[in-house]
Design a protein around this ligand. Structure first.
Ligand SMILES: O=C(O)[C@H](O)[C@@H](O)[C@H](O)[C@H](O)COP(=O)(O)O
Length: 234
């Protein structure tokens, strides 16, 4: 039986972005007020660009906010395919320019060789993460938990106690480094950010699927530990 998730539907992506940006900003400021610092995990892809822009203009103590990524493509950080590049261009701007960003890519040649160093670089990010924003692919992946990855890699990402894993999806470009399911579960709040009818259809398929390996997003949806709010706009 799946846990009830909060599902919020918006008429436009702009409305969604405005409300989600405000929710995230409030949660980050509340975390700073309570614990002195806050942590935010964001995803790459096309969906969050407008959200990043709105969030970057929110007034809060950004210098106390640590930001990292749910996953990264193992490409140069100035590549157009780099999630770090996306975050630097769209989120670490305006007031959010003073946030403490920790990327997942480092100088090692491969994602698997780079995992240990990135794990060390994330050591001082406050956990549990205060806010995690995830996207979802039309194949049912989230983070870089791809159904097209070698079975052993997907299994590792979904079960390991380690923070990070290397993944080599066969149906998507680039080797990846990704937070593990257990790392994502160690969060106060997860938002799943979806735009468009196709994403809604995939989400509904995931709700009725019984196979997390075919629909890895189920690893987030079929759990009882961490709250998940789904924000969807047409
Ligand atoms: O690096 C990535 O690709 C992501 O972090 C990934 O998990 C993303 O959230 C989905 O693929 C959705 O991507 P779109 O927003 O482009 O549809």
């Amino acid at each position: 039986m799946l846990k009830e998730t909060v599902f919020k539907s918006f008429d436009s992506k702009e409305q969604l972005e405005q409300q989600l940006a405000q929710r995230i900003a409030d949660a980050l400021q509340a975390a700073i007020d309570t614990r002195g610092k806050a942590s935010l995990v964001v995803s790459g892809g096309a969906t969050p660009i407008g959200l990043f822009d709105k969030l970057s203009r929110k007034v809060l103590d950004w210098s106390e906010v640590f930001i990292t990524l749910a996953d990264e493509r193992w490409v140069d950080t100035d590549s157009a395919d780099s999630n770090e590049h996306l975050v630097r261009q769209h989120l670490l701007q305006h007031f959010a320019a003073s946030a403490k960003f920790r990327g997942l890519k480092n100088m090692f040649a491969t994602a698997e060789a780079g995992v240990a160093m990135t794990t060390e670089q994330l050591a001082n990010i406050p956990r549990p993460f205060d806010v995690v924003v995830l996207g979802m692919g039309n194949d049912g992946h989230t983070c870089s938990w791809f159904p097209s990855a070698p079975a052993a890699e997907l299994q590792q990402a979904l079960t390991t106690d380690a923070l990070l894993c290397a993944v080599h999806p066969q149906a998507a470009p680039h080797a990846r480094i990704t937070l593990s399911r257990n790392a994502i579960m160690s969060s106060r709040q997860i938002y799943l950010h979806l735009v468009g009818q196709q994403k809604l259809d995939v989400y509904h398929q995931a709700l009725v699927s019984d196979n997390v390996n075919e629909m890895p997003i189920r690893a987030i949806l079929s759990q009882h530990k961490t709250p998940v709010d789904v924000y969807w706009a047409a």
